[in-house]
Write a protein that binds this ligand. Structure first.
Ligand code: GLA
Length: 380
């Protein structure tokens, strides 16, 4: 992050002059609890040491100027609804401005330069990192007085209203609330949450991500269809959310819903149980149970929720064959990374094997990242 900070500062000065303030927000991992957020269930994410850094300075101009270092492209836009910029990356920032305004934030135009090191399309929430950075920065610079939950909602509404993804709250929540060394268990219905100190290394385990390099793109994707399936199933049950439903409840309405919606709901009901199991298992340092649940989540996401792909299934199979404790697809799905809980003594052999086997089959090496659980949105 330090290199990125220096680069962003320098470029800001070159393009727009002095006086910028630096802000940063992270991407996230999620140990377990996938697609449960918009079902009013539990999630278990943590922020990572990869994210977005932005240098921002308010101006008196009529237009914002934002330069994306990674794209080497500038977007300009005003702050009214009709002034939405062309570039799709800029929709995230424009959307944040609009959502802050809708909540009464009196913001003006600004110049900004930003860069990021969250791998794009890897299921690590690069877009939430971007949203949180700007939401946090504008709130701070203009004294809008929005609390952290509202900042997370600004990001989520940006996805809904400006980017076409009807996402839940997990990613933006994790990016805003992240805390070094801690996972967070969030109840997405009550919005109550608790920090869980998480230090697998103390027990001889490591968390690592393996990026299939199949780029996922949730916009206009089957992601929104999954959400609709869950809503139909919940409606048949006479509930607002699937949260709290049992398999017996679901079987009771099986005739009223499609086979596809039934399968989607079956996965969600199982996943709700698994998150709670994992939290309980962690309290007694039972990493074997954590790992088992991760595998169950993977195959649920693959067979019932159908958001995996051949490459990700393959990564999980290799992990299983290498004796990895737990492995599963992470995030929305349709590509991206697996998250793996690996015993220290199997780490090297797993990394070597997954790289050679994946390359032999798909002609490309997967990328491997160690997970470092880090802080959320902040001023630097
Ligand atoms: C994406 C969404 C989240 C969540 C996950 C799946 O990351 O942005 O809200 O639904 O998928 O758990």
């Amino acid at each position: 992050m330090k290199d990125m900070q220096a680069q962003v500062s320098r470029l800001f000065e070159e393009r727009y002059g002095e006086g910028a303030t630096l802000y940063a927000s992270p991407g996230r991992i999620n140990l377990i609890g996938e697609h449960t957020d918009y079902n009013g269930g539990f999630v278990f994410p943590g922020a990572v040491d990869k994210g977005i850094v932005a240098a921002i300075r308010p101006t008196r101009a009529e237009q914002c100027r934002v330069y994306a270092l990674d794209m080497q492209e500038e977007a300009t836009f005003g702050l009214s609804e009709e002034q939405k910029p062309q570039a799709s990356w800029a929709h995230y920032i424009f959307g944040v401005c609009r959502e802050v305004q809708k909540r009464g934030g009196q913001i003006g135009c600004f110049d900004a330069v930003f860069a990021g090191n969250v791998p794009l399309g890897a299921g690590m929430s690069s877009s939430a990192a971007l949203e949180s950075t700007f939401a946090f920065a504008l709130n701070d610079l203009y004294g809008c007085g929005l609390d952290k939950f509202e900042l997370a909602r600004v990001g989520q509404s940006t996805e809904h209203n400006y980017c076409g993804v009807k996402c839940g709250i997990m990613d933006q929540f994790a990016s805003v609330f992240g805390k070094q060394g801690c996972l967070m268990r969030l109840d997405c219905r009550s919005m109550e949450f608790a920090y869980f100190p998480f230090n697998p290394a103390a027990h001889g385990y490591r968390l690592l991500l393996v990026n299939s390099r199949v780029k996922h793109q949730l916009t206009g994707s089957p992601y929104n269809d999954r959400r609709l399936s869950c809503e139909r199933a919940a409606k048949a049950l006479g509930q607002e959310f699937l949260r709290g439903a049992t398999m017996a409840d679901l079987d009771g309405v099986r005739e009223q819903i499609s086979e596809e919606d039934y399968k989607r709901a079956r996965y969600i009901i199982g996943e709700e149980r698994r998150v709670l199991d994992v939290c309980e298992a962690l309290e007694r340092d039972d990493y074997e149970t954590v790992g088992q649940r991760m595998y169950e989540t993977h195959w649920g996401m693959s067979h019932d929720y159908e958001v995996s792909c051949e490459e990700l299934d393959f990564l999980v199979e290799v992990a299983e064959a290498c004796g990895v404790t737990g492995s599963r697809i992470m995030g929305g799905g349709f590509g991206g990374c697996t998250i793996n809980l690996v015993k220290e003594d199997r780490y090297d052999s797993f990394v070597a094997k997954v790289q050679t086997e994946f390359e032999a089959r798909y002609g490309i090496q997967p990328l491997v990242y160690d997970v470092v659980i880090s802080d959320g949105a902040r001023k630097l």
